[in-house]
Design a protein around this ligand. Structure first.
Ligand code: CO
Length: 199
């Protein structure tokens, strides 16, 4: 399976999943290990990519779509362009896919420190500077259950740490001071009530 081919396939063929937003209890749960690498898992991953690209987001963890299992999808490279379809409606053209799936991931080493602005599909409209390791080495399994290791840097490293936190029931705002976190959450919930959005 070639990752680049997977990307375009996911965006064309998936099914949109509901993304749970804070304070959904599932976001606080520690997810369980993936044990069977079956058709069901492949389908889940495909739908997660579809949901992620459509949002659009650069990462999506299974608990965010209501599944408390240890896996997340990532693509820090794809590009999305707004285009007008033949019938005049708005559409998006996607390119430069680099779809990656991390199943049962573990960070086995980390180096350096970096501060970067992060957002999260479970906190729409919230962007905050978060401190993370600059590079991480991750051991994980792919869709076939094979164990792989990768060293990540830049946006990819930040994203891996953000998504891995989701598997442990940690949302990115928990990396902030309690006071700052409380303020942001209060503001977010006020806005959410106004919008009347669910999740
Ligand atoms: Co997130």
């Amino acid at each position: 399976m070639h990752e680049l081919e997977l990307g375009s396939k996911y965006i064309l063929e998936g099914e949109g999943l509901k993304v749970f937003t804070f304070p959904a209890p599932i976001l606080k749960k520690v997810a369980i290990e993936v044990k069977s690498f079956d058709h069901e898992l492949h389908k889940t991953v495909k739908n997660m990519f579809f949901t992620m690209y459509k949002a659009p987001g650069i990462g999506l963890a299974a608990p965010q779509v209501g599944l408390s299992i240890r896996l997340f999808c990532l693509d820090t490279e794809f590009e999305r362009e707004r285009v007008t379809a033949a019938d005049g409606s708005e559409a998006f053209k996607y390119s430069n896919f680099n779809s990656e799936v991390f199943i049962n991931p573990k960070i086995i080493s980390r180096e350096g420190e970096v501060v970067c602005q992060e957002g999260c599909l479970s906190f729409p409209g919230v962007f905050e500077d978060i401190k993370r390791s600059e590079t991480v080495t991750v051991e994980y399994q792919d869709l076939n259950g094979e164990t792989l290791t990768t060293k990540a840097e830049g946006m990819r490293a930040i994203c891996i740490q953000h998504e891995l936190d989701h598997l442990d029931g940690i949302v990115f705002l928990e990396k902030l001071s309690p006071l700052k976190r409380a303020l942001i959450i209060k503001k977010f919930q006020k806005k959410k009530k106004k919008r009347g959005s669910l999740g």
